[in-house]
Design a protein around this ligand. Sequence first.
Ligand SMILES: Cc1cc2nc3c(=O)[nH]c(=O)nc-3n(C[C@H](O)[C@H](O)[C@H](O)COP(=O)(O)O)c2cc1C
Length: 197
Amino acid sequence: MAKQFWKGSTLLAPVPAALVTCGTMEEPNVLTIGWTGIVCTRPPMTYISVRPERYSHDIIKNSGEFVINLTTSAMCRETDFCGVKSGKDTDKLAVCGFHTVPAHEVAPPLIEECPLSLECRVTESKLLGSHTMFLAEIVGIDADEKFIDSKGKLNLQQCGLMAFAHGEYFALGRKLGDFGFSVRKKKKHRKPPQKKS
Ligand SMILES: Cc1cc2nc3c(=O)[nH]c(=O)nc-3n(C[C@H](O)[C@H](O)[C@H](O)COP(=O)(O)O)c2cc1C
């Protein structure tokens, strides 16, 4: 099989297309972020990389707080809109019809319509080149109760998460397995006890 070799670029896919809120309940802003991920489990840590020319950049730099709100296929158009319009001249949350809810640990609001929000506090920022990477601790999680079952398990497959791959949006498809399923022993199906005649 022939492979083409290309120079290094940002072609990691899929990545989230998250709605990141910043500012305060009174003066919030939102922007779409693809450059994010988890960098540590304990403490739970994430990053977002933001270009200095974004309106949100200095808000996050000065406040040291942001919220990563996960997006669903149902909010694909709004997610794109928040990634092409600036809070400098547009109230994106209002235009999209998003409702804001106070976070527990940080000043920026959560987006009510998003199934899961990660409240983040910046620990370090580093200008890497085109983007500033804000490394942050995830200090709280807000999960929509609709997706939590009676045993307290979060069922994210029910909310129709969306992903971003090489400039295009995709709906996450059907579940293929869960963590460790490839090595898990199958449960033996016992035969029901036979009735004695
Ligand atoms: C799918 C998608 C992903 C994006 N990812 C990033 C990103 O990771 N970092 C960034 O600085 N801008 C990213 N952008 C662009 C910003 O969201 C966009 O410039 C936005 O208008 C900035 O808003 P603001 O000026 O209100 O801060 C992305 C846009 C889209 C549509």
